[in-house]
Design a protein around this ligand. Structure first.
Ligand SMILES: C[S@@+](CC[C@H](N)C(=O)[O-])C[C@H]1O[C@@H](n2cnc3c(N)ncnc32)[C@H](O)[C@@H]1O
Length: 398
């Protein structure tokens, strides 16, 4: 059956908009446009299913359904009241509203959400003498209410729970990296699945699991079953199954090694459980080791690491750790590329190597830099080349 295209918005994290736009283009989305922490695109229901199932760097896929201008509470209420909500929800259904409000007219997002709820419920009550229940628990329909000054957009949240919940992580250690961010960093590094991957501070294993999923082309939501769109009136299970089967057929071989290590026994235990749960135990090797003791796999290797930052560690120990990281880079990783994500700009200085690239990203609300280090062989000639290249790159950045 010929399906109509419509607009969608994939929300993401700051700094990952470009990666997400590339992912969408690769999926065949139309009119892909980068926004702030989001990417808009067009496609049909098939694309909506694909976007939810396959995008590694999307948090939520929204389907905007209704936009209008509102300059007062009354205008918000009246416009919401007019919409035919009964086409999307039964009178005895369960509704949830997620407000995101940036407006001098509507200064309290909960109040705007309450007005929206009142208008929808009043309409149902007038038509059916019954109104939907409002709760976040297992809703039939999730409305995203976005107000930017006087511009109101109501969208259907097609994903439900944030898409970083891939459903492979059973437990987490302290400060686990968000799966969407991990997947984004891997793609920002420009990895072409053409060498080994190593995270020497792997914690709960998020980075190595995302690396393996990327390397083997395992769909981002391979382990997840719940999506909000499954409760929509127009949901087609056969169509969704086709999307899933087609994406699953794309799972491929990967000829290199994926390794993770961590000094903490508890972290290695947690990572092992998560990796087993994702059935990736044959594809990822884990070691309990201090970064100073652990060699990377033999051959060309991409290293991405998320060392501790600030909060839970003494400053002196932190600086010492980053100093050790820099030494390990020079002594053990030469000939490779290593990336560090950290929010601690002071600690970065202790790595004592000049990054050839710095990208700003956010880990929850912490502004971080994702820094690239090209680690050359120790020979004089190589060092000179590195110096020249660093100077050139610094000039380009300045
Ligand atoms: C921010 S956490 C990494 C979180 C991880 N990305 C995740 O998703 O769970 C930092 C990790 O570095 C480890 N670590 C700290 N010092 C280390 C060292 N000297 N050698 C190896 N690992 C170390 C800690 O045990 C911790 O698991």
């Amino acid at each position: 059956m010929e399906q109509k295209d419509f607009k969608m918005v994939a929300k993401t994290m700051y700094g990952l908009e470009g990666v997400l736009a590339n992912e969408l283009e690769a999926l065949g989305a139309k009119n892909v446009e980068k926004l702030n922490r989001a990417v808009s695109f067009e496609g049909d229901m098939n694309m909506l299913y694909k976007a939810n199932y396959q995008l590694r760097t999307a948090i939520t896929i929204l389907k905007p359904i209704y936009s209008f201008e509102a300059n007062s509470d009354k205008e918000l209420y009246d416009n919401i009241y007019k919409f035919k909500w009964e086409k999307l929800l039964n009178a005895d259904g369960v509704l949830s509203i997620e407000p995101s409000v940036y407006s001098s007219i509507f200064t309290h997002s909960l109040y705007a959400s309450q007005k929206t709820k009142d208008a929808i419920c009043d309409r149902f009550r007038r038509m059916f003498n019954q109104r939907p229940t409002l709760t976040k628990e297992n809703p039939d329909l999730i409305l995203n209410l976005h107000i930017n000054e006087n511009q109101v957009t109501v969208s259907l949240n097609s994903s439900g729970d944030s898409l970083h919940r891939r459903n492979y992580r059973l437990r987490a250690e302290m400060a686990p990296i968000n799966e969407v961010l991990a997947a984004g960093l891997i793609q920002l590094s420009g990895w072409k699945r053409d060498c080994n991957f190593f995270d020497p501070m792997c914690g709960s294993g998020t980075m190595v699991i995302e690396a393996a999923m990327f390397a083997y082309n395992i769909p981002a939501q391979y382990y997840r079953y719940d999506f909000a769109f499954k409760k929509w009136a127009d949901f087609s299970m056969p169509e969704f199954r086709r999307v899933r089967d087609e994406a699953d057929k794309g799972i491929t071989e990967f000829d290199y090694e994926i390794w993770g290590s961590d000094i903490s026994g508890s972290a290695i235990k947690t990572a092992t459980e998560n990796i087993n749960n994702a059935k990736l135990h044959k594809d990822i090797e884990l070691f309990r080791a201090d970064i100073q003791e652990q060699n990377p796999p033999e051959g060309k290797t991409l290293i991405i690491m998320n060392p501790p930052y600030g909060q839970r560690i003494e400053t002196d120990d932190l600086f010492n750790l980053y100093d050790i990281i820099g030494r390990v880079f020079k002594n053990k990783y030469s000939g490779n590329t290593a990336w560090i994500i950290s929010s601690d700009m002071e600690a970065f200085k202790y790595v004592a190597l000049r990054p050839s690239q710095k990208i700003t990203v956010y880990n929850s609300n912490l502004e971080c830099k994702f820094c690239k280090y090209d680690i050359y062989d120790g020979s004089k000639k190589a060092k000179k080349q590195q110096g020249n290249q660093e100077e050139q790159e610094q000039e380009n950045q300045d």
